[in-house]
Design a protein around this ligand. Structure first.
Ligand code: GSH
Length: 219
């Protein structure tokens, strides 16, 4: 790999890609995109990522969006970094991708509807918030059941999938979903937070915030 830059926002879902970069030991630059100020819609950012989303990883001038795609790319470049358990079977490999897609396509929209309902309706936001909650609750119950017999998504070992689903359930919690009844998720949360690459990503986010002189207060 040549030059690599991650466009991100501390605390946003770009934290998943940042954790993956840290897990792979990639040397990369990073730049904060102030979503709360609409910077994702600026002509400058749209020239980098016309989709106006983060995360966006720019590798040698070529932009790649979507956590699932970026993770998949990093896994191809760094197959021994431990982003996923090693497997030889193509169906199992495709299932790992399928897991990322389902988090992206099913968890994330439900979480967002619950946390930011005004982005989804010009009508009553509380109805959308309730709908988001309704979408997320069976996912939480399914995850909790999965984690009853194993510490991580795939079993004994951490995978980036754990960080991705963690970001979703902790964000759901910020959006008025009570995750406290899910005891296995609570234990998973502590394990994911203790993972070294996640800790490095948090430190990297703090450095990025310091570099811009602190996060602005946005009314
Ligand atoms: N499925 C995408 C979701 C990307 C996404 O929605 N990112 C949010 C931040 S968590 C964003 O850029 N929001 C800005 C906007 O929608 O205007 C992924 O996982 O990469």
């Amino acid at each position: 790999m040549g030059s690599i830059k991650l466009y991100h926002l501390p605390g946003a879902c770009s934290r998943v890609t940042m954790t993956a970069l840290e897990q792979c030991g990639v040397d990369y630059e990073d730049e904060i995109v102030m979503l709360m100020r609409g910077a994702q819609h600026s002509p400058e950012y749209r020239a980098i990522n016309p989709r106006g989303k983060i995360p966006c990883l720019v590798v040698d001038g070529r932009a790649l969006g979507e956590n699932a795609a970026i993770i998949s790319y990093l896994h191809m470049e760094y197959p021994d970094a431990g982003l996923f358990p090693a497997i030889a079977d193509p169906i199992e490999g495709a299932r790992q991708l399928s897991d990322l897609f389902t988090i992206s396509a099913n968890w994330h929209p439900g979480v967002r509807a619950n946390m930011m309902p005004v982005r989804w309706t010009t009508g009553n936001p509380e109805e959308v918030r309730a709908k988001g909650k309704q979408l997320v609750e069976p996912l939480l119950a399914g995850l909790d059941a999965r984690l009853a017999s194993q510490p991580f998504w795939y079993g004994e070992d951490w995978a980036i999938t754990d960080t991705y689903v963690y970001w979703n359930y902790t964000t759901a919690e910020q959006g008025q979903v009570d995750i406290s009844p899910y005891v296995n998720i609570a234990a998973h949360r502590a394990r994911v937070e203790a993972h070294p690459a996640f800790q490095r990503a948090l430190a990297r986010e703090s450095t990025a915030i310091e570099r811009i002189g602190g996060m602005p207060n946005v009314a």
